[in-house]
Write a protein that binds this ligand. Structure first.
Ligand code: A2P
Length: 424
């Protein structure tokens, strides 16, 4: 007999520092606070992670999905992981644990307890104990996205072909529309995806800056239809979330770029926040500030096929401080009313009551419920983290008022890839 020995094998969850774009999504998603970061890396604490997998689908790069079978006492510590520039090579588990000296008479032809434990762990289904607010799958008719075609080690060089401000010159919100051209090199993207920009220079520790992630503001066939280019919506960061002065390394770099400057780009990223492609799919788009980028991309995709007869309905809820601080205000208001139902929530417009997007969702309850009752409707939410709860509450209230059970509808929207969040 081969008596079981006390071995403790861990399926250790690791993040690949070469692919990770430090977008913080995993840390925000983790329901048990196992993920943390320093100025170099995002890492998983092996003593806390329970393998629930909640962080895996939202990761836009797939860098989160790395697992190593380790003897628990030899697991990589958080401190060790902070120092990594790349994942260490996979180590084979020892044939037997330090405690597994053969027992007299034992059948040594059988697998060691370590490898048995390892196989059990490797085959074990992930514990699913956490339900995120949004879907972890794309809508069924979304096109196939390409991800990670260009990486930190092999970025691509794009040329700036446009950079102009899309908010009032007299306002605090300095938001730029930046157009990048890829020349002859392929850079296939879909609406809802993002790219990473590598700002030049080094950080306080003398290391090259990490990439910063920006959502595309243009549709798949280019900022200018048929051109190999795309656009970004970038807000110049001059203060942190608390209002203290802060210099955004990448946003300032991008907003100051001139035509014909070159930029190092990685990506594309994102495989779930994608638009449906089937005819008559409706979109409810809810955004604040630069969260309007993916909404502009999707709206423009619809606009370019306005005569096809295939478009469903578009309903937009867009929050900004004032009209002059709302990016793309002019072009947005020129879109035909029967093409897109626009609802602007202005929070600091002089002489007007403070309005948030969730207030307008309640104001338009009947139309929102009408769209939600249609299985061809997908909902996209992008912008400030704080609006996530407010939007969910508003959706719950309007559906409950119309006699529907929000908890059932919410689950259906998630399962069918019809409710997506990208907040920061
Ligand atoms: P506020 O005037 O209260 O800051 P920003 O310009 O900072 O990017 O914000 C965009 C818009 O989002 C502003 O109108 C801002 O209002 C609004 N906003 C701030 N917090 C929330 C929230 N929790 N839910 C919805 N909108 C919000």
């Amino acid at each position: 007999m081969n008596a079981p020995l006390p071995v403790d094998v861990l399926k250790q969850h690791l993040i690949d520092p070469e692919i990770c774009i430090r977008c913080n999504t995993c840390e925000e998603t983790c329901p048990v606070d196992a993920i943390t970061h320093d100025s170099n890396n995002y890492v998983v604490d092996p003593d806390i992670c329970n393998g629930c997998m909640a962080c895996v689908p939202p990761c836009p790069t797939g860098s989160i999905d790395n697992w190593r079978l380790m003897v628990r006492s030899e697991a990589y510590s958080v401190q060790e992981q902070f120092g990594w520039e790349e994942l260490p090579k996979e180590k084979a588990l020892p044939a037997a644990s330090p405690t597994s000296t053969p027992i007299e008479g034992a059948d040594t032809s059988l697998d060691s307890p370590l490898s048995q434990a390892a196989e059990t762990l490797a085959a074990a289904p992930a514990q699913a104990s956490f339900t995120p607010a949004g879907a972890s799958v794309p809508p069924w008719s979304a096109a196939h996205p390409y991800v990670n075609l260009y990486t930190h080690k092999a970025p691509m060089t794009a040329t700036v072909v446009g950079n102009y401000r899309v908010t009032g010159a007299d306002t605090e919100s300095d938001i730029h529309h930046i157009v990048l051209d890829f020349g002859e090199l392929p850079f296939p993207v879909l609406e809802g995806q993002s790219i990473g920009i590598l700002p030049p220079g080094v950080d306080a520790q003398g290391r090259p800056h990490h990439a910063r992630q920006y959502s595309l503001a243009s549709p798949r066939d280019g900022e200018r239809a048929g051109y190999n280019n795309l656009s970004l919506t970038v807000k110049r960061v001059t203060e942190d979330h608390g209002g203290a002065a802060a210099h955004g390394v990448c946003s300032n770099y991008l907003c100051d770029l001139a035509k014909n400057d070159t930029v190092q780009v990685i990506g594309p990223f994102g495989h779930t926040f994608l638009m449906p492609n089937h005819p008559r799919a409706n979109l409810i788009m809810i955004c604040t500030g630069t969260g309007s980028a993916p909404m502009r991309a999707m709206t423009e995709r619809y606009r370019r096929r306005i005569d096809s007869g295939e478009n469903g309905r578009l309903m937009l809820f867009f929050g900004a401080r004032t009209e002059r601080e709302l990016p793309y205000f002019g072009p947005l208001m020129k879109l035909p009313r029967d093409f897109i139902d626009i609802n602007l929530a202005l929070s600091r417009e002089p002489g007007q009551p403070k309005r948030y997007v969730q207030d307008l969702i309640r104001d338009r309850a009947a139309q929102v419920c009408d769209l939600l009752a249609d299985r061809n409707t997908c909902i996209y939410v992008c912008g400030l983290k704080g609006m996530e709860v407010g939007v969910l509450d508003a959706l719950r209230d309007v559906t409950m008022q119309s006699g529907q059970d929000w908890s059932i509808l919410h689950e259906v929207l998630r399962r069918e890839g019809r409710l997506h969040f990208e907040t920061y």
